[in-house]
Design a protein around this ligand. Structure first.
Ligand code: KG4
Ligand code: ZN
Length: 337
C-alpha cells in the first residue's frame, strides 16, 4: 500500500536504441516499465544507426509514456519526481527522452532529476536486492567497461576501466566477423556454451592494474578468421566463441577479484548489457561463492538498457537533492558522478 512518504519516480531512458519509461517506488520497487527495442530495425544495418534511432524515439516516446502510466494505473498527479538519462549516449537519442522529461516536469511542476546512464546500470542491482556498502561494481556494456568502488549510495570512485574498446563492443565486432548479426553479445554467449576452448587467443592486458583492453583481443579474432579463410580452413564458430568468451571472463574475473581483495570489500555487483551473459554470470557466481563474496546481478531484463534502472538511481539522486533546470542538456560523454 502506498503512503504519503512513498516516492514515485517516473524515469526516462533513450540513450541508445531503447525507448523506455518506467515508474519505480522508493528506488527498489518496479511498478511498471515499458521498453521499446529498436533492435529489429538496426539489425538490418549491422549496428545502431544514430539518425534512425532518434527518429524512432520521437515516433514512440509519447506512446511509451501513456502505456507506462496505464500499466501502472497511475496519473501524473501520483508522480513525485521525474528522472532522466542526460548522458552519456547518442546525442540525438538522448535529446528525445530529455525533452519529454523536461516537458512533463514543466507542465506538471515536478522536480527534474538528472541521471548518468552508468549510475542507472549500477542501480539496476537495487531492484534485485538493496545495495550493501562498501561495494565494487563491474560495469560491462556496449559503451563501457569500468570498475567502480562505492563506499555509500551515489559515491562513485572509478578505479579502472577500458583503455580502448568496451567489452560489449568487442562482442559485437567479433559477432560481425563471424556473421552472427547484431547485437552480437547474446549470440556469442549462446554459441560459447556449445563450443570448446580450442583456439589460441591472447588474454588481454593481463597485468596487475585495474584497466582493461579489448581491441587487441578483437583484432586477434579478426586476424585468426582471415588467416583460416586464406588457408581454406573452416571456422569452428562455436569453439571460437567459447575461446573468445573464455579470455573475456578470465580477465574480468581476475581484475575484479583482485579489486575486491585490495579494497577489502565483500559485496560485488555486476551491471550493464554484457552482464546478461550466462558465461559471465556463472563464472562470477562460482568464484564469489568460493571467496565469500555477496554477488548481486540484475535480472536479465534489467541488464540491458531500460528506464527502471534510471528510476532506481533517480530515487537516490532525488533524495540527495540533485535537481536539474529546464536548461538540462544531453551529454555524449560525461564522467560518472
Ligand atoms: O547496456 P547495454 O544495453 O547498452 C549500452 O549501454 O551499451 O549493452 C549492450 C551490449 C551490447 O554490446 C550487447 O552485445 C551486449 O550488451 N549483450 C551481451 C548479452 N546481451 C547483451 N553480451 C554478452 N552476452 C549477452 N547475453
Ligand atoms: Zn547501457
Amino acid at each position: 500500500m502506498s503512503n504519503l512518504k512513498d516516492v514515485y519516480i517516473l524515469a526516462f531512458e533513450s540513450s541508445c536504441d531503447e525507448t523506455s519509461v518506467s515508474i519505480v517506488r522508493n528506488g527498489h520497487e518496479e511498478i511498471a516499465t515499458v521498453v521499446l527495442s529498436q533492435i529489429d530495425i538496426h539489425t538490418l544495418y549491422g549496428g545502431v544507426v544514430p539518425e534512425i534511432a532518434s527518429r524512432q524515439h520521437i515516433e514512440k516516446i509519447t506512446l511509451v509514456i501513456d502505456e507506462c502510466l496505464k500499466k501502472a494505473n497511475m496519473t501524473m498527479q501520483d508522480i513525485t519526481a521525474i528522472a532522466v538519462t542526460y548522458g552519456p549516449g547518442l546525442i540525438g537519442s538522448l535529446l528525445i527522452g530529455l525533452q519529454a522529461a523536461k516537458t512533463l516536469a514543466y507542465v506538471y511542476k515536478k522536480p527534474l532529476v538528472p541521471v548518468h546512464h552508468i549510475a542507472g546500470h549500477i542501480y539496476a542491482n537495487n531492484l534485485t536486492r538493496d545495495m550493501e556498502f562498501p561495494l565494487i561494481a563491474l560495469v560491462v556494456s556496449g559503451g563501457h567497461t569500468e570498475l567502480i568502488y562505492m563506499k555509500e549510495h551515489y559515491s562513485f570512485e572509478r578505479i579502472g576501466g577500458t583503455l580502448d574498446d568496451a567489452v560489449g563492443e568487442a562482442y559485437d565486432k567479433v559477432a560481425r566477423i563471424l556473421n552472427l548479426g547484431y547485437p552480437g553479445g547474446p549470440k556469442i554467449d549462446a554459441l560459447a556454451r556449445e563450443g570448446s576452448v580450442t583456439y589460441e587467443l591472447p588474454i588481454p592486458l593481463d597485468d596487475d592494474s585495474y584497466n582493461f583492453s579489448f581491441s587487441g583481443l578483437k583484432s586477434a579474432v579478426i586476424n585468426l578468421v582471415h588467416n583460416e579463410e586464406q588457408r581454406g580452413n573452416e571456422i569452428r564458430t562455436a569453439d571460437l566463441a567459447a575461446t573468445f568468451q573464455d579470455r573475456v571472463v578470465h580477465i574480468l574475473t581476475k581484475k575484479t577479484m583482485h579489486a575486491l581483495r585490495q579494497y577489502k570489500v565483500h559485496n560485488l555487483i555486476i551491471a550493464g548489457g554484457v552482464s546478461a551473459s550466462v558465461g559471465i554470470r556463472d563464472s562470477f557466481a562460482s568464484l564469489c561463492k568460493d571467496n565469500n563474496i555477496q554477488l548481486t546481478i540484475p535480472s536479465m531484463q534489467h541488464c540491458t538498457d531500460n528506464a527502471t534502472m534510471i528510476g532506481a538511481a533517480g530515487y537516490y539522486a532525488y533524495k540527495l537533492g540533485r535537481r536539474a533546470g529546464l536548461d538540462l542538456n544531453a551529454k555524449a560523454t560525461d564522467s560518472l558522478h
